[in-house]
Write a protein that binds this ligand. Sequence first.
Ligand SMILES: Cc1cc2nc3c(=O)[nH]c(=O)nc-3n(C[C@H](O)[C@H](O)[C@H](O)COP(=O)(O)OP(=O)(O)OC[C@H]3O[C@@H](n4cnc5c(N)ncnc54)[C@H](O)[C@@H]3O)c2cc1C
Ligand code: FES
Length: 277
Amino acid sequence: MNLIHTKLKAKIISKQELVPHIFLLKLKAPLLTQSAIPGQFIHIQCSENNYPLLRRPFSLHRIDKKKGEAYILFQVVGEGTKILSQRKEEEYLDILGPLGNGFNLNLESKSIMLVGGGMGVAPLLALAEEGVKMGKKVKVLISALTKNLIIREEAFKKCGAEVEVITEDGSYSDQGLITDLLKKNLQKKDYLPEQLFACGPKAMLKEVVKICTGFPFDLQVSLEERMGCGIGACLGCVCKIKVAEKKDRKNFQNDYVYKRVCIDGPIFKGEEVVWDD
Ligand SMILES: Cc1cc2nc3c(=O)[nH]c(=O)nc-3n(C[C@H](O)[C@H](O)[C@H](O)COP(=O)(O)OP(=O)(O)OC[C@H]3O[C@@H](n4cnc5c(N)ncnc54)[C@H](O)[C@@H]3O)c2cc1C
Ligand code: FES
């Protein structure tokens, strides 16, 4: 459990609208980047006043420890993200972080696969960069509705990862869903990862777990729930996690316990999540 959560001011160094309604913010936040790991998130006060009252959670998209810079990638979906998209360069954001447990990247694994559905790519670039730095072979599968909405393909390639893209309308490469691309890759068997990491909508993650059942690799999924405090106090973000035999983590029973996505997650083992809610 991560108990380090610092309240910080992070300066907006740059803001880019990559495709309509999807923004990339570069923040100066050396204290944050010092201890942050891929898969963790920050809780941002979107405005300079108290509206909206609650902070909003965003994954760390890139973590540049040398420069003390962190990036977030976000889509405007409501009031908080709209206000955040209107904040200007040189302004300071009030943030809490780094929060959450982060991905567990094994030192020993030689090959990893990252699966990001739509905005699910957000926490995966930091992970791809870390994987490449550790000498792993990194393959990334990403999806978008259409060619013009594909995000971060070049950034993944630039960091040294192999990238495959699928679009729902077939306007770029194959037509289908991210889960179709995953199935195709696992059927080929020429690149079986030792660890697979997935992020995206709940329905997609549920399907990813189903597709990966029976494969020997370690599967980790990044969950999203609406959050209140972000630090484990309000129980606003609970999800159901299956109870496993102590000696056998693969042998999950039907019993479950409630876990907080903000502090026990957002990363969980794929097979331990109860999806039917
Ligand atoms: C750990 C974590 C990491 C996240 N990382 C990112 C990220 O890197 N980039 C990004 O674009 N978004 C991310 N999100 C989702 C982001 O926090 C929400 O989109 C944001 O809080 C919406 O705020 P809003 O005020 O604009 O929208 P609201 O007005 O609060 O909601 C607008 C719509 O979005 C839905 N929504 C709001 N919050 C969530 C949520 N947490 N999960 C699912 N649906 C939600 C609501 O049900 C509603 O339909 C993350 C969420 C979590 C929990
Ligand atoms: S958001 Fe408050 S406990 Fe998770």
